[in-house]
Design a protein around this ligand. Structure first.
Ligand SMILES: Nc1ncnc2c1ncn2[C@@H]1O[C@H](COP(=O)(O)OP(=O)(O)O)[C@@H](O)[C@H]1O
Ligand SMILES: [Mg+2]
Length: 277
């Protein structure tokens, strides 16, 4: 693969595995060794098979992703730290801390969908809320909050927000306008109806909507088929019990009752009220 050959020319980083560990809509994720610090790192690259026009667009949003994440991660420990941004030929790459989940599997929490207790969903979301608050304070809308973009770092027992690949910088211009194809599958469930129809309308409030769907999906994957309304009770699939009423109150408030003025601190007020045993 062309990207692999280009990456093999890097002096500071050595690719550890022969192929990418993950291939997403726009790029690949590789595990590598940082010769300078003697540590594992994750390197993200853009797909090499894009048309010239698509490549220019993706390169611009990729650089934004690196810059935004690097700066935010200095301010908030719940954002995956970005260490480097570079380019060889037409291949842009960004280098992050390698996030080790501790069990050798992908560190993202998508495997916890329908498997988390109320207590662990609350713990995860409180930490992610810190990350989203830091982003919003800097005028950044994440736009893709979902379990597959939240990673668990065992060494610090912390949940970190990853993948600022679809960020929108509000109050300046829209830097990345993701294509709808990136938003297919379960992803649409994390957007309020108006942003599903027009992704350009993502906002601080749509990130709050995504926080509510993320919480619910950790308890029950049924959340991905929500149709913008909470059922009479929210189930905790892991324990085969109904969630406390405060969980439904939160889901109903931020999904059925979604408002364009919703803020992360409103959401956190509801989150704090959820009892855990
Ligand atoms: N820094 C990291 N260290 C280890 N694994 C990571 C890291 N960042 C992301 N991953 C894993 O790779 C997956 C894809 O990364 P992500 O940044 O979300 O890219 P994409 O834009 O393709 O969705 C994540 O869901 C996670 O499992
Ligand atoms: Mg992702």
């Amino acid at each position: 693969m062309a990207t692999e050959r280009v990456l093999s020319e890097l002096f500071r980083y050595t690719i550890e595995d022969p192929g990418p560990l993950h291939s997403g809509g726009c790029g690949h994720l590789w595990k590598a060794h940082d010769r300078l610090f003697g540590e594992s790192v994750a390197i993200k690259t853009i797909r090499s098979d894009l048309t010239a026009q698509a490549l220019r667009k993706v390169q611009a949003s990729f650089a934004t992703e690196a810059i935004v994440t690097a700066r935010l991660s200095r301010k908030c420990q719940n954002i995956v730290p970005v260490r480097d941004l570079g380019r060889i030929d037409s291949v842009l790459y960004l280098v992050m801390d390698w996030i080790e989940s501790g069990d050798g599997t992908s560190p993202d929490v998508s495997h916890l969908m329908g498997r988390a207790s109320v207590a662990s969903a609350k713990k995860i979301l409180l930490q992610v809320c810190d990350a989203v608050s830091a982003a919003h304070a800097d005028g950044i809308v994440h736009s893709a909050i979902a379990p597959w973009n939240i990673v668990y770092r065992k060494s610090t027992d912390a949940y970190l927000l990853a993948d600022f690949g679809l960020v929108r910088v509000v109050e300046s211009h829209l830097i990345s306008t993701p294509s709808r194809s990136l938003l297919q599958g379960g992803r649409l469930a994390f957007l309020p109806a108006y942003a599903r129809r027009d992704i350009g309308r993502v906002s601080y409030a749509s990130d709050v909507f995504a926080l509510a769907v993320t919480f619910w999906s950790l308890l029950d994957p049924q959340a991905l088929r929500h149709e913008d309304c909470a059922p009479p009770v929210i189930r905790v699939m892991r324990d085969q019990v109904d969630a406390p009423p405060q969980v439904r109150a939160m889901i109903a408030r931020f999904i059925d009752g979604h408002s364009k003025n919703d803020s992360v601190s409103d959401f956190m007020d509801y989150l704090y009220r959820i009892p855990v045993r």
